[in-house]
Structure formats: C-alpha cells, structure tokens
Design a protein around this ligand. Structure first.
Ligand code: AHR
Length: 325
C-alpha cells in the first residue's frame, strides 16, 4: 500500500507542531532527564580524517545526555538533504551537519528554521544569502591550510631555480575545503613567478581517485616537481602511482598534503611525503558544548576555530606515536 504521508505531509506536520510549540523545537531539551536529540548528517567515509571525525562526534554525542541520529551521506548532497528533511520531520532538538558542497542548502535550511530547529555546521561551511539559517560553525580555516601548504613549498624551494612545475589533486568539486585550499595556495604561490600549476583535477578526497588522477598526470606531464594534494589520502594514493611510474615520491616529486592523519606520518617517516598540514577532526567535545548551548538557547560564537599545526618529514618519527588519528 502507498504511504499517504509523503515527505510534503511530514514537513507540513513538522511546521504545524513547531508553530504550536512557539517555534522553539530546542526548548526543554537538555533538561534533567531529557536527552538532547541531535540529527547529524556526515559527509561519508571517504578518508582517514572523516573516520576519525565520525568517531569523535559519536563519542561526544553519547547517551545519556544526547540521543544521536546519525546519517552517512556517502558524499552525495541529495542524501544529506533527505537526511535533514527526515530530522525535521522527527523534530530533533538540534541538527548538525558537515555539508558535502557549499551551495544548494537555502531551501532545506529555511525548512529547519521554519520548524524552529537550530542548525550547527561542522567542518565545512555553506554559502547562503541569509546567515541566520544556521546558528554556528565549528571547523578549520581551509584557506589558511592552503596558504600553509604554499608557505611550506616556498621554504622548501629556497634557492631553487624555476620553473617549479606543480600538479594539484583537488578535493571534492564544490566543497568548501577544495575551494578554500585552492584559493589559499594560489594566494601565496602566485607572488613567485617560478611556480606554475600545470595540472589540477579532483581526486574526490579518496586514495583510489588520488592514485588514478596522479597516473593520468604522470602520463600527461614530463618533469613534475611538486604535488599538492588537498588531503593525505589522495597523496597516499598518488605516492603509489609515482612509485609504479618508477619515480621516488618525496625526492623526484616533492609532496605536501593536508590533514595530518597517521598514514601521512608513516609516509613521511618512510621519506615518501615531505609535509602535512594539520586539519584537526577531533572536535566532537567542542561540538557537544556548542549543541548544549544552542539547545539551551544560549548565545554562541558565529565561528569556532579548531587548533592546528604543520608537520615535516624530520618530525615524523617523534610525532607518530602521539598521533590520535
Ligand atoms: O572537510 C575536511 C576534508 O574532508 C578533509 O581534509 C578530507 O580528508 C575530508 O574528506
């Protein structure tokens, strides 16, 4: 039998209930004995970084204080929109999500706002015309990460004659980290005429794609000097491609990537990766604090920054045992 309560009907019901309760879905959540119901939509499981982030979020939003409804979008925006609509229909207290891409969120965020459900953005930002569509953002400064990768390259290329031919493995097309890391990296290298980005293509933040695209780069370009990968997983995939092409990663092609996952430290220790720019996924506890405040109707900062560093090959051995992800 066909379900007569389709998505539209569920949404209308959510709106009606929100109106009856004065539009404050979070009201009462977190009161003694009442868990804060959180709908969390994760990007996927595309990288070591993402797995660590999911573990951190799940550990922090644990019972009895929270009741977590977790949904994995498998890197598809349409899955995330569906998940958000389902959270609205279930009248969760707070929605938190890490948006796959930056644009296309306007309608669903308006629906959440109309239902009186506050939204917390995690890790990746959105581009919307109305900032009141979300309560706060917690995550990294991706533009700065791109700048840090470029500054490392500048330092590493001191005294080197040009041209320095760079290939770039971008993250997911349209995602905040891909857009911002490209921007920050170019901001710095554009000032030095020795540097030229000869190829730039998406590897979708995965090892398999990173390898595949690097193979294509190696076939198309002679004399690649540098690889800038938007995450460690793609760099690790590319390292395999470079070795299979009979070249030495970290020597023939200098490599800088972003995240600072354990796999990157292992690659640095083996001399195959030159530097990793940290992007810290372990913000579950900070997120829990924000959700607590948002659910209680307390004011929260517009943006909460996660602390991060830069690590090079010579630090890998000492740092590796300390890495938590
Ligand atoms: O949004 C953060 C990025 O997404 C990480 O750098 C990458 O590894 C992940 O998939």
């Amino acid at each position: 039998m066909r379900n007569i309560f389709g998505q539209g009907a569920a949404f209308a019901l959510a709106l009606l209930l929100a109106a009856c309760s004065g539009g404050d879905a979070a009201k009462g959540a977190g009161d003694a004995g009442k868990p804060i119901v959180v709908g969390f939509s994760q990007v996927g499981a595309e990288s070591e970084w993402r797995t660590a982030n999911t573990t951190s979020v799940k550990a922090a939003l644990a019972e009895p204080e929270f009741r977590l409804k977790f949904s994995d979008a498998q890197q598809k925006q349409e899955n995330q929109i569906k998940a958000l609509r389902s959270f609205i229909a279930q009248r969760v207290d707070v929605i938190a999500f890490s948006p796959v891409v930056e644009t296309g969120w306007e309608s669903v965020l308006r629906e959440a706002k109309a239902a009186g459900i506050p939204v917390v953005l995690t890790d990746r930002a959105v581009k919307v015309s109305d900032d009141s569509l979300y309560a706060t953002f917690i995550g990294s400064d991706f533009v700065e990460e791109g700048r840090r990768a470029a500054r490392w390259l500048l330092e590493d290329s001191k005294g080197r004659a040009g041209p320095v031919r760079i290939v770039e493995l971008q993250g997911t097309v349209g995602s905040a980290p891909a857009n911002d890391r490209m921007k920050g990296f170019r901001e710095i290298i554009d000032a030095d005429k020795r540097f030229a980005i000869v190829r730039s293509q998406s590897g979708d933040f995965t090892r398999a794609k990173g390898k595949e695209v690097m193979e294509a780069f190696l076939k198309a370009e002679e004399g690649i000097d540098v690889l800038f990968a938007h995450n460690d997983d793609m760099a690790i995939g590319a390292i395999q491609a470079i070795e299979e092409a009979g070249l030495k990663p970290g020597e023939d092609i200098r490599i800088v990537s972003i995240d600072g996952v354990r796999g990157a430290f292992e690659a640095m220790k083996a001399g195959k990766l030159n530097a990793t720019i940290e992007c810290n996924p372990l913000f579950g506890e900070q997120l829990a604090g924000l959700i607590r405040d948002v659910a209680a109707g307390k004011p929260v900062p517009r943006r909460v920054q996660v602390a991060e560093g830069v690590f090079t090959r010579d630090q890998a051995e000492a740092e590796l045992p300390k890495r938590k992800y």
